[in-house]
Design a protein around this ligand. Structure first.
Ligand SMILES: *Cc1c(COP(=O)(O)O)cnc(C)c1O
Ligand SMILES: [Zn+2]
Length: 479
């Protein structure tokens, strides 16, 4: 039963967050043709899913965790809740989802003062959570290609680094008519992130400015040319990223009591998806309460924080993003803001104003939280560090309680952001970052002996000389 591909098919349509109009999914839409607002996707048959009880759904998803069918092994374990219009042959599985949740090391929990765990979304195939969204968006694209017999599809996205890595990966796997083009802000992605789409064979275009500028160019292209846009403006990406919430709930055995989640916010696609995912689980009775959600933003790119905490939700203003080590979230004008506003309203109506909040953190705390976590056996990226900084800030503000359990989203692998760690170790940050490295977190290689010294010695002698030098340096005692 749980090993079979689901029979259920939804009836999906786009709905507009600006004018509430509805549109069929046979076309690739990114914004409302009527008013230009962002869209979300809805399954018109969703209510029929309520014929199964919460318990039956929980059992189904738990059993499906052992499923051997590729199409159901990744994010589509939760097929009925995501994009139940796809056929099995459309679903692309590259090892997305099912990322490990690692309990924070006991010493780290003691240092922070609250029990927590980290979900390592950097263990997705292209080493960030963006693969969740791409798995869904490319599966849908494959369905369209199959249906319409398209002979060329140019996929395009703007990126702070990880979106392009994920898009290029999925596009290169699909191949055939699907080609990938990515637009990056010059010098604003890490060398690892730049290497990823290049390695996948994508066309990589660099433009001056920040992500927000690239995003406008991509929007212009999507409006005027025949391209498939893969930024989170594409509502199929949001669906795929909901899988994070489903997995988090399943990890807690569907019990949301005392759980609070921390999610870094850039373009706000992820926080949208996480909220939407939990709302769906709640509506079907799969979970009986909603966990608390904290969006985290750097003081250098904090439009959501400004809207929710400072301006008292009067009006929304984009900000100009400044230099940030949480570079993947360095966005001043989040495309998904209208989605967040809509879903946060629903979320708060069901679970109270405390159930959705945004906290702001300093650059210094972001990088030092990352270093602190990684010194305790974790593999947290700067955005994961941002989450930990957010948790510490929330504790300081007393908006989380010591009896709660926190789940932090480390959205990418630490290795993608190794350059920022190096800048910290080298005290190499420009003043715009406002980061002053502290001795206790710095580390550097210790170089012993020189090449000429080595060459001057016979091999056996070199080994004992080197061993002696190491023993001296470490102050080792003889046996
Ligand atoms: C894209 C990204 C973010 C920000 O997510 P949004 O959906 O844009 O808010 C955070 N961390 C990493 C590693 C990312 O790649
Ligand atoms: Zn509209």
């Amino acid at each position: 039963m749980s090993n079979q591909f689901p029979e259920y098919r939804g009836n999906m349509e786009y709905y507009c967050l600006g004018c509430d109009s509805r549109h069929g999914i046979d076309e690739l839409l990114y914004t409302c043709p009527r008013c230009g607002s962002v869209l979300l996707l809805e399954d018109k048959n969703f209510d029929s899913l309520k014929n199964k009880s919460g318990r039956e759904w929980r059992e189904l998803f738990d059993n499906r965790a052992a499923c051997k069918r590729d199409a159901l092994r990744g994010i589509f374990r939760f097929y009925e809740l995501m994009a139940p219009v796809l056929e099995e042959e459309d679903i692309i599985y590259l090892g997305d989802g099912n990322t490990p949740v690692v309990k924070a090391a006991p010493a780290l929990q003691d240092a922070v003062g609250l029990p927590f765990a980290i979900k390592n979304d950097g263990q997705n195939p292209s080493a960030s959570f963006k693969d969740r969204g791409m798995a869904c968006a490319f599966s849908y694209l494959q369905a369209l290609v199959r249906k319409h017999g398209w002979d060329e599809v140019l996929t395009i996205c703007a990126s702070t680094g990880d979106t392009s890595a994920a898009a290029a990966l999925y596009a290169s796997y699909l191949g055939g008519p699907v080609k990938s083009v990515v637009l990056l802000p010059q010098g604003k992605v890490t060398p690892q992130q730049l290497g990823q789409p290049l390695g996948s064979g994508a066309t990589v275009i660099e433009l001056p400015g920040l992500f927000d500028d690239c995003m406008k160019v991509v929007e212009n292209l999507a409006q005027n040319y025949r391209v498939a846009l893969l930024n989170s403006k594409n509502a199929w990406r949001i669906l795929g990223q909901e899988s994070y919430a489903f997995e988090a709930a399943q990890w807690r055995d569907w019990n949301m009591e005392d759980l609070c989640l921390f999610v870094p916010v850039g373009n706000a696609g992820n926080i949208t998806a996480v909220m939407s995912g939990f709302l769906k689980l709640h509506e079907l009775g799969i979970i009986t309460s909603l966990p608390r959600l904290f969006g985290v933003q750097s003081a250098h790119a904090d439009p959501l924080f400004q809207y929710y905490q400072v301006k008292h939700e009067k009006d929304y203003h984009p900000v100009k993003a400044r230099a940030s080590v949480a570079q993947a979230a360095m966005i001043g004008n989040p495309v998904s803001f209208p989605r967040v506003r809509r879903l946060a309203e629903r979320y708060r109506a069901l679970a109270g104003a405390q159930a959705f909040q945004v906290v702001q953190v300093r650059e210094q705390d972001i990088i030092e939280s990352m270093l602190l976590a990684n010194r305790h056996g974790h593999v947290v990226c700067t955005q994961g560090g941002e989450c930990l900084a957010g948790l510490r800030e929330a504790l300081r503000l007393k908006i989380v309680d010591r009896h709660e359990y926190a789940l932090l989203d480390s959205t990418a692998h630490a290795l993608k952001f190794a350059g920022f760690q190096q800048l910290y170790f080298d005290d190499g940050f420009g003043p715009e970052y406002e980061i002053t490295p502290r001795r206790e977190f710095r580390n550097e290689p210790v170089s012993l002996l020189s090449n000429p010294e080595k060459e001057a010695l016979p091999e056996a002698e070199y080994v004992s000389r080197a061993a002696l030098a190491v023993a001296d340096r470490l102050g080792l005692k003889r046996r």
